[in-house]
Write a protein that binds this ligand. Structure first.
Ligand SMILES: [Fe+2]
Length: 288
């Protein structure tokens, strides 16, 4: 692929490191087009040594599409904020430890998931900027649900292609912490296609993860078995790309076809500070 920057692949199923580009600077239309092509091709992009700031991150987010309002602040407080803070460093620079309720809440991210799959219009990509990273732990792992779909037997593909899954944030997050009542009320369960297709390349993937609760019209146990089986098949150790964060990295991942999870870290011992934005998808997956 010809591009306006250098591309080095990271894993045989996903991921590339892009160098020779200042993502937080002024980007041309051609560079944005090349980044979108790289997203469709590699699903996960890391840009090392960037000159990061919230302002630059939001500008870049808008170049890729419509920023998505953080659902936690929107649901709890009715406030539109395009950023989420990942880690234990607070606005004033102080740190919260392992026993803090917000740290526990964030451990929900340690289950395999796709960001915002529980929203009617789910996320296209997440963008994360790393400011402080722990010396041990705190990695993020990724698998390609596109490769996983390719590995399925034809019979299974035929079975799952027309199915509709129900994604429910309260279902998944209640496993680690109680969800604030107004937040829960703002996120009723939604239906999503179980099998999605990349609109540019036409490649299919399945769309599962922690928020996928059941399959529309199916018996609960059978639905659970199928969803668990699909997740297991996607997340075998040989298919995982484990990302070691470094301060100064900007990362983009494609929520349409990747699953990810945090590996956890010791919040009593280390500081971790990342800022995340998301670009919303265009329409519900039911209309794709
Ligand atoms: Fe996530």
């Amino acid at each position: 692929m010809m591009a306006t920057f250098r591309i080095d692949a990271l894993h045989n199923e996903l991921g590339a490191c892009l160098t020779g580009i200042d993502v937080c600077g002024t980007l041309t239309q051609m560079q944005i087009k090349d980044i979108k092509t790289a997203i469709d091709t590699y699903s996960f992009l890391v840009f090392p040594d960037q000159n990061l700031s919230d302002e630059a991150q939001l500008l870049f987010t808008r170049r890729l599409g419509e920023p998505e309002a953080n659902h936690v602040r929107l649901g709890r407080e009715g406030v539109i904020d395009y950023f989420g803070t990942i880690g234990n460093v607070q606005k004033d620079g102080t740190v919260i430890g392992n026993s803090h309720k917000q740290t526990k809440y964030l451990t929900g991210n340690n289950m395999w998931h796709s960001d915002s799959s529980f929203r009617q219009v789910p996320s296209y990509v997440s963008i994360m900027c790393a400011y402080e990273v722990p010396k041990e732990g705190g990695q993020t792992q990724y698998v390609s649900a596109r490769s996983a779909y390719r590995r399925l037997r034809d019979k299974t593909k035929k079975t799952i292609d027309p199915l509709i899954a129900v994604h429910d944030y309260v279902f998944s997050r209640s496993k680690v912490a109680a969800v604030d009542p107004s937040h829960a009320a703002s996120l009723p369960p939604v239906q999503q296609k179980l099998v999605r297709r990349n609109p540019v390349t036409g490649e299919k993937n399945y769309y599962v993860g922690a928020h996928a609760k059941t399959i529309a019209g199916w018996d609960e146990t059978e639905a659970r078995n199928l969803l668990d089986q699909l997740l297991d098949q996607a997340t075998g150790s040989e298919h995982i790309y484990t990302h070691d964060w470094a301060a100064g990295q900007l990362i983009i991942w494609d929520n349409r076809c990747l699953l990810h999870r945090g590996t956890g870290y010791n919040a009593d011992k280390y500081r971790r500070h990342m800022r995340q934005t998301r670009v919303a998808g265009g329409v519900s997956t039911l209309e794709e």
